[in-house]
Write a protein that binds this ligand. Structure first.
Ligand SMILES: [Cu+2]
Length: 309
């Protein structure tokens, strides 16, 4: 009798798991290439950025494995440069689909998000080093169609690392790798009130919660040795694919143009500092504090708040 009950329970939970498979759908994504002034530090200093939708990084694009993405790029009529879009989650024709379009033009292409994970997107127009360095980058998250493929995250955050150049017109400095700062989500010490008293935001979670970091290294050149000071990455998924899991890593190396999903759990109240452990990068701005407190804001790291502006 007991065995039958157990069997019934297992069958029921099995059916339940199967029932959470997401239906593939068609998703419309439209982004505008806009050249505008954007702040890059906590004081509000600005530079002439090239952006998607006026923000650095661009908007978070989020779809589910198997979805068809109908993408539209509109290059603003006030732009001075051609722009384009390269989604690392797409398998297409680099010449035809990722072509540059002039100010005022529109480009459409369609792809299926075949692989779950976390992927870079960026402008690929010439010189690509400058289009990325000036801010034309972001993340596309492709959630697995099986909702149980990854352990459930209690909070999620997007961190995108990039080098910032003092003079965004200086292509020679870019080719010589003479950046002035390394930033997370477009800002120098943006989430680090320890190193910059003008920082007003940081990541937060409760002890015991599984915090999932969707990390992209936009480059354009440097590698990132990502480490949570006073913590250990519970699981790391290269390119965010659930099949790529690695456990209990101290640091994880993410090359330029690459991405990973990294889970962090703190057993105690206190803080971790997520850094690029290449110390020159950390000292130049690549530090994000995550506070673990029992009264963490329930809205933080959820919904629209996975990328703190
Ligand atoms: Cu561009």
């Amino acid at each position: 009798m007991k065995y039958k009950q157990l069997l019934r329970g297992m069958l029921a939970s099995g059916f339940l798991l199967m029932g959470i498979q997401a239906e593939a759908k068609t998703v419309q994504v439209t982004l505008h290439a806009v050249e505008t002034d954007v702040a890059y530090d906590n004081k509000g200093s600005t530079y002439r950025a090239w952006t998607f939708d006026g923000k650095v990084p661009g908007p978070v694009v989020r779809v589910t494995e198997g979805d068809t993405v109908e993408f539209t790029l509109i290059n603003d009529k006030n732009s001075k440069n051609s722009h384009s879009m390269d989604f690392h989650a797409a398998r297409l024709d680099v010449v035809e689909d990722f072509e540059s379009i002039k100010p005022g033009e529109t480009k459409k292409y369609t792809f299926t998000a075949d692989n779950p994970g976390v992927f870079f997107y960026h402008c690929g127009s010439d010189p690509m080093i400058q289009h990325i360095a000036r801010g034309m980058y972001g993340v596309i998250i492709v959630d697995p169609k099986d909702a149980n493929a990854l352990p459930k995250a209690d909070r999620e955050y997007v961190l995108i690392q990039a080098e910032h150049y003092e003079n965004p017109d200086d292509k020679t400095a870019m080719m010589q790798n003479k950046w002035s700062n390394v930033v997370f989500n477009g800002g120098v010490f943006k989430y680090d009130p320890v190193h910059d008293s003008e920082a007003t935001s940081w990541l937060q979670a409760k002890p015991g919660e599984r915090v999932r970091i969707y990390f992209v290294n936009a480059g354009p050149n440097e590698l990132s040795s990502l480490h949570p000071i006073a913590g250990i990455w519970d699981r790391v998924y290269p390119s965010g694919n659930p099949k790529n899991v690695q456990y209990a890593l101290q640091s994880y190396l993410i090359g330029a143009g690459d991405a990973a999903t990294l889970d962090l759990i703190s057993p105690v109240e206190g803080a971790n500092a997520i850094v690029d452990h290449s110390m020159r990068h950390a000292h130049s701005g690549a530090i994000a504090v995550i506070m673990f407190t029992n009264d963490a804001d329930p809205e933080a790291g959820r919904g629209e708040n996975i990328l703190i502006r």
